[in-house]
Design a protein around this ligand. Structure first.
Ligand code: PRX
Length: 654
């Protein structure tokens, strides 16, 4: 058993307590020379070029960067292939027979794919896609559980130059439909189901529903996960095909397509401030280099490491740090299909012990859930294999940071709190574990070569300690290139507030040591349990219900989830506000978007507070929900509305 660090969390959090890298860690770290920051700063393009040189290119680039704000091209003229770099590059040495993917299903099966085996499967599936008419540039939507066939499908796309669009398996059929339509995908890859907390997620059923309105889809490839008998799965003749039947016939060899560095690699949809999700576009060369560099330095990967990122591949964290980053580094990457409390609340810790996991990358919401479940669950297992811990997705509160450091890391593992976004593609603000002295709650400093700042409305840097908007002042290789099919929105959303400067949508402050403290979103995006949800999307789902006249959705602070969704709803005149209506509305949202968007609370209001121009004042709703004094109310059309709401809310809470 691991020796426990006994000091109470409060004592560890005392003002000024910082966490330098342990000596042993620092000495062995991939990077422990603080000079890298200055070196990258002197010549950022040279810095990124040196990383690129470590990878395989069919043809070398002519220029590292072509920057016509806000349009960037990285490694201009270079030809490469991401799947080739993740697989073929490792096959000539000892990594050929090393575990690439170590997978555990929720029911308990374990599958290990070596680099060679993964290479074979990817080539075969690439041939399957080709046989279905998929060509370079075509879009393939992937809607799968966390099984190895998901990264196999992604890598197969990358191998032939098809663009993948992975849709998180927790999304509803409507959400899937919208994403397929936006991307005009030709093929859908799915499974009949997946396991989650002992239940079946009915992916194929959702897909069938979605496909009623997706004429672009020519074929559906269905992986048989084993949740249902094959004969129980309705297959549409001519359209639907079984994965295993296609694979049995597929040729073994498939050359990797020579891709231009700027050819599209994938689309990943994320929530913004409108009702319509944005298809964030990433391209090949720059994304590869940025993800490779950050994986190697932030996670300090060693040849013998077993690395586990607990995200779902349906989110960017999974794309960059379960699939592409670790495989570029030749690492063993762990995938787990199911829920952390199945069959018991120690499933993750059993998994760490069983597979000897060395590096664990997870989200604050998970850590806070474990805190609530109690330290006895991790204490049942030998976690001494762990040597580095990571956090991502939302601000980590210092209590959770210290709990993680102490109860999971046994007080010996550095904790890297990594700030980044779907749009940035790669980690942007983070400690380097062999260099950085950590302060719990701070993502610390920009990765070498990255230029971040905190600015005021006019775009001026704010002094130490003051709050402002987090911006990025220099292009970086893994940056998004555009929004699929909507370049205007790309310019408008990210680059118009301060010309030539990327606007993150996050609020932050920087302390006297230059450390960044991310406060959270300052736009109409809510971060629920590390999932990004646009309040407008939830509002649209609510007003889609026949009883609802108007809805305003806000994020309210929540002990475990970081933020929870609260909806203020007015119902149509003449509609009966029956007992079950609240539940009905919550389920309606889950059906329209997915369970992650189901509001925690619905508050029925006679009227919503509005400005004289008719804009809903969500700021005041947030004040009410948080139970704090109301901010400026002078622009309110009818001050009585908030008063009534507040009384009603207090009555409810009382
Ligand atoms: O608000 C920030 C928060 O998550 C947002 C990005 O969400 P998404 O694109 O879904 O990507 C999540 C995983 C990279 C950011 O705008 N966020 C992410 N990481 C952190 C964070 N907030 C504070 N600290 C972090 N480490």
């Amino acid at each position: 058993m691991v020796e426990k660090v006994q000091a109470p969390i409060e004592a560890l959090l005392q003002e000024g307590r910082t966490f330098p890298p342990p000596d042993e860690f620092r000495q062995r770290a991939n990077i422990n020379d603080p000079g890298v920051y200055e070196e990258a700063e002197r010549d950022p393009e040279g810095f990124w070029a040196r990383w690129a040189e470590q990878l395989h290119w069919f043809r070398k680039w002519e220029r590292v960067l072509e920057w016509n704000p806000p349009w960037a091209k990285w490694f201009v003229g270079g030809k490469t292939n991401l799947a080739y770099n993740c697989l073929d590059r490792h096959l000539t040495g000892a990594r050929k027979n090393k575990a690439a993917i170590l997978w555990e299903g929720e029911p308990g099966e374990v599958r290990i794919l070596t680099y060679w085996e993964l290479y074979r499967q990817v080539c075969k599936f690439a041939n399957v896609l080709k046989s279905l008419g998929v060509k370079k540039g075509d879009r393939v939507t992937i809607y799968m559980p966390m099984v190895p066939e998901l990264p196999i499908a992604m890598l197969a796309c990358a191998r032939i130059g098809a663009v993948h669009s992975v849709v998180f398996g927790g999304f509803s059929s409507d959400a899937l439909r919208d994403r397929i339509q936006d991307a005009q995908a030709k093929v859908l890859v799915t499974a009949e189901g997946g396991w989650r907390r002992g239940n079946i997620v009915p992916l194929k059923r959702n897909a069938d529903e979605a496909l009623k309105e997706c004429p672009s889809i020519e074929h559906v490839v269905v992986f048989h996960r084993g949740c249902y008998e094959q004969s129980q799965v309705p297959m549409t003749p001519g359209r639907d095909l079984w994965w295993h039947e296609l694979m049995a016939q597929a040729p073994l060899e498939c050359p990797a397509e020579e891709m231009d560095a700027e050819d599209m690699l994938y689309i990943l949809y994320t929530s913004g401030t409108t009702g319509k999700p944005k298809g964030v576009v990433h391209t090949t060369g720059g994304y590869m280099v940025g993800v490779y560099a950050t994986t190697k330095w932030v996670f300090d990967l060693k040849e013998e490491d077993t690395y586990w990122c607990t995200a779902d591949i349906g989110w960017v964290t999974g794309h960059s740090y379960i699939v592409y980053g670790p495989l570029l580094c030749g690492t063993t990457t762990v995938m787990y299909e199911g829920s952390p409390d199945w069959p018991e609340r120690d499933r993750w810790w059993a998994l760490v012990e069983r597979h000897g996991v060395n590096i664990l990358y997870t989200a604050p919401t998970a850590i806070r859930t474990f805190m609530r479940w109690g330290e006895e669950w991790p204490a049942r297992h030998d976690l001494s294999s762990l040597r580095l811990l990571g956090s991502v997705g939302e601000p980590i509160n210092p209590e959770a940071w210290v709990w993680y450091w102490r109860n999971i890391g046994g007080g010996r593992c550095p904790v890297v709190d990594t700030w980044w976004q779907t749009e940035t593609g790669m980690i942007m603000i983070t400690p380097l574990p062999g260099i950085t002295v950590c302060k719990p709650g701070s993502a610390t400093r920009p990765f070498p070569g990255v230029a971040a700042d905190v600015v005021d409305d006019a775009g001026n840097s704010v002094p130490a300690g003051a709050g402002g908007y987090l911006v990025l002042k220099r292009p970086w290789p893994a940056m998004m290139r555009t929004i699929y099919g909507d370049p205007d929105r790309y310019v408008q959303q990210y680059w118009s507030r301060y010309p030539g400067i990327y606007f993150t949508g996050d609020g932050a402050k920087r302390d006297e040591d230059g450390y960044f403290w991310i406060v959270g979103r300052i736009d109409d995006v809510v971060n629920v349990a590390g999932h990004r949800i646009g309040t407008m999307e939830v509002e649209s789902a609510l007003v889609d219900h026949p009883s609802v006249a108007e809805a305003a959705v806000i994020g309210r602070s929540d002990e475990v989830k970081g933020q929870a969704l609260w909806a203020f709803v007015t119902i149509k005149e003449g509609v009966d506000r029956h007992q079950g209506l609240e539940q009905e509305l919550r389920e309606h949202v889950a059906r329209k978007i997915g369970g992650i968007a189901r509001p925690d609370r619905i508050i029925f209001a006679a009227e919503l507070p509005k400005t004289r121009s008719g804009k809903i004042m969500r700021r005041l709703l947030r004040d009410i929900a948080e139970g704090r004094a109301l901010g400026d109310t002078t622009t309110l059309q009818d001050p009585a509305v908030v008063q009534t709401l507040r009384e009603q809310y207090e009555h409810l809470e009382g």
